[in-house]
Design a protein around this ligand. Structure first.
Ligand code: PDD
Length: 285
């Protein structure tokens, strides 16, 4: 079945879906995006994704191209037209198409909106969860505002590629003090040597992951000891468990960091419990 995209007011076959070469997403990466998990045709944690989208748009002073209710309808329509039962829906908002100039375009230039959806075989995620994945680590050389979900992902792209070339699933960034910030497209977690679950506080240095927030709720429901705090690479190497989280990976065990086995080198019980309980706590729209 051919895929369908929504582009600035129209639903089009993917092959014919295009934006202007003057679109500022193309020229400057001047825009924001969201990726929302779809399970059984329903959007997962949509409210949290919308809340973050609003924050990202406000931070960059980009106007919403359509109202929230209309955007929700478009997301559902794209999911339905692509017959996505399990997969993701992607939405991207740019500052619009205008004559190239670094400063903002004149008032009246409409922001651009693109929405796509694709199916993902949930068995692939389950296989990763059963085996666990490896990560490498790299210095965090991104800009000072990774909390904005902007389209400027070049350091993330290079980090993910470095991970793949090293035979790993993900790259975790560390800051100039040796503390882990997050992954190239995931948040980073450990169950520390003392048994306490930890993930970095959601300040400006990391993306405020929607899955991260829901997993914090799961940890509370489960009565787990939990701390929002930075952890060093050394602490991660010595952790009982490590895992990463995102809309598409949920909670995926990390069994090796920089080639060093974590814990006994197998997926840990806390990670697998959080993953198992995620669906019950996440909001289905
Ligand atoms: N990535 N950190 C970064 C840098 C991310 O890009 C993402 C999401 C996350 C996890 O956020 P969430 O739980 O809301 O998915 C953390 C998406 C999936 C992507 O870029 O494809």
């Amino acid at each position: 079945m051919s895929r369908v995209a929504y582009v600035n007011g129209r639903y089009l076959p993917l092959a014919q879906a295009s934006v202007s070469i003057l679109d500022r997403a193309f020229v400057f990466g001047d825009g924001v995006y969201e990726v929302c998990l779809v399970r059984g045709g329903a959007l997962i944690d949509e409210l949290r994704h919308f809340a973050r989208l609003k924050t990202s748009l406000a931070a960059l002073r980009i106007a919403a191209p359509v109202g929230e209710a209309a955007l929700k309808r478009i997301l559902r329509e794209v999911v339905a037209r692509n017959r996505v039962s399990d997969g993701l829906v992607y939405l991207q908002i740019s500052r619009g198409a205008a004559r190239r100039d670094h400063g903002f375009p004149p008032p009246g230039v409409a922001p651009g909106l693109v929405v796509t959806a694709k199916s993902l075989d949930p068995r692939l995620g389950e296989a990763n969860a059963e085996r666990g994945v490896a990560v490498i680590t790299l210095p965090d050389e991104r800009w000072a505002h990774p909390h904005i979900k902007s389209l400027q992902l070049l350091p993330n792209v290079l980090a993910k590629q470095a991970a793949r070339e090293a035979g790993a699933f993900e790259a975790w960034f560390f800051d100039s003090d040796g503390f882990v910030t997050e992954g190239s497209s995931t948040n980073a977690w450990i169950v520390a040597a003392d048994g306490v679950l930890a993930t970095r506080q959601a300040d400006q240095s990391i993306l405020r992951g929607v899955t991260r927030a829901t997993l914090i709720d799961v940890a509370a429901v489960e009565g787990l000891r939990f701390e929002e705090r930075p952890f060093t690479l050394e602490e991660a190497y010595a952790a009982r468990e490590a895992f990463l989280s995102s809309a598409t990976t949920i909670a995926t065990p990390v069994v090796a960091i920089d080639g060093r086995p974590i814990g006994d080198g197998r997926p840990g019980p806390t990670t697998l419990a959080l993953r198992r309980k995620f669906a019950a706590v996440a909001a289905r729209s």
